[in-house]
Design a binder for this molecule. Structure first.
Ligand code: AMP
Length: 397
């Protein structure tokens, strides 16, 4: 069983909340997109209202275990302070005597944001001594960083059993609730759209989804590995030759289970992946030599849209084309718009799909925008996420 933050008495307790404040910075070093910060505001506000002393911890980027000002969380502290309209204390480190002293002097309702956990290589190594030092700052451990639950690091796993009490934050609870519903009791028909470049990343998800969905719509570069596995000409499109065998096996499995695994029936193709490149639309699934598939074509879009609109549950992860490079963004933006029109439950995960939802301006009309990339996929693969397992307490509620 996993406790909710709301079940615990937080008054005057030191509440250590692992958040995912891994946000992008702009050229001036300011927070360019604060959606990951705002996603944890419900948890933060709950701790403050309940009279807790709030200690926030996060990673940012990949500083490779070294202090690097480029990856400091200081701009995040500034943005958080604006959002909360209160002071956020920002020490120079996440462990050490100065941090211990600051935490010891905290009063209820105060907020500290620790410096980037990954300035210490011990964080990703899940080092026991580093875990102990973090745990020493807390009476209660809360994880609200859904996007990091698939990693067994000191702040997500190592420190957890060393703190007296533990719970899931409100964001983690919501993610788990929505994604569990997809796994266990989706309203049907349930249709999933998967895109992106790397088939290898998604084979496990496809395999698990084939047990759950009524239809699986494939787009993006990974469709070409499936098409090639079926013997269709794919020209110069991106293909993972090492995965052809597995792709063929999945196609076979879908067929025996009578699940519609749909591949593009036409494509937008060009000779090179370049903004404004000369492009054309193929009339069928085959792609001529020297050309590469860079987006789904209009017939494919029409077919996919009809299935999305007929579904009661829709899951989308991964762009259906090279959407960062115009004009190959059209299919991906159209998919975002179609999801927005759906009357069913819609769930979108993965950085690229979330970006497309933003470009299409339809975020408000999507049922659930999942904050996890890899974590969402691993959850949907049916894997146990180490960070979630660490939150489990024994016994009945
Ligand atoms: P992934 O990291 O596997 O989710 O793939 C995301 C990337 O796939 C994005 O950067 C897209 O531009 C890229 N992508 C999607 N479709 C294509 C395509 N047909 N050709 C080349 N790249 C693509």
């Amino acid at each position: 069983m996993i406790k909710s933050l709301e079940e615990l008495d937080l008054k005057e307790k030191r509440v250590f909340v692992r958040v995912d404040f891994n946000v992008p910075y702009d050229a001036e070093g300011k927070v360019a997109d604060d959606s990951r910060i705002t996603a944890s505001l419900p948890t933060i506000r709950h701790v403050l209202k309940a009279g807790g002393k709030l200690i926030l911890a996060s990673h940012l980027g990949r500083p490779k275990g070294k202090r690097d000002p480029k990856y400091s969380l200081m701009p995040v502290a500034a943005r958080l302070s604006e959002l909360l309209e209160r002071e956020v204390t920002f020490p120079e480190d996440c462990i050490g005597d100065a941090v211990k002293k600051l935490v010891g002097e905290m009063r209820e309702g105060e907020v500290i944001l620790l410096e980037n956990l990954r300035f210490h290589p011990e964080e990703e190594a899940n080092d026991p001594i580093f875990s102990e030092r973090l745990a020493g700052l807390a009476d209660i451990y809360v994880n609200d960083a859904f996007g990091t639950l698939h990693r067994a690091h000191a702040s997500t796993v190592g420190m957890v059993p060393l703190v007296k009490d533990k719970a899931a934050g409100l964001l983690v609870l919501k993610e788990v609730q929505v994604l569990s519903r997809l796994l266990h009791e989706p309203a049907r028909p349930f249709v999933a759209i998967l895109g992106g470049a790397k088939v290898s990343d998604k084979l496990g998800v496809i395999e698990n989804l084939l047990k759950l969905v009524d239809g699986l719509l494939v787009g993006g570069a990974m469709a070409y590995t499936f098409l090639k596995a079926k013997g269709v000409e794919v020209g110069a499109s991106l293909v993972e030759d090492g995965k052809l065998h597995q792709a063929a096996k999945l196609l076979e499995r879908a067929k025996t289970k009578d699940i519609r695994l749909e591949l593009p029936v036409d494509h937008v193709v060009a000779r090179e992946l370049k903004a404004g490149a000369e492009f054309k639309t193929t009339s069928g699934a085959a792609i001529p030599a020297g050309w590469m598939g860079l987006d789904v074509g209009p017939k494919t879009l029409e077919a996919y849209e009809a299935q999305i609109l007929a579904a009661k549950t829709v899951l989308w992860n991964g762009p259906v084309g090279a959407f960062e490079t115009p004009p190959f963004e059209r299919g991906t933006v159209e998919i975002a718009r179609t999801l927005a029109k759906s009357a069913g439950m819609t769930v979108v995960g993965g950085g690229d799909s979330l970006a497309a939802v933003k470009v299409a301006g339809v975020g408000e009309k999507i049922g659930h925008l999942s904050t996890g990339g890899g974590a969402t996929l691993e959850f949907l693969e049916g894997k146990t996420l180490p960070g979630l397992k660490a939150l489990e307490t024994e016994g009945a509620p």
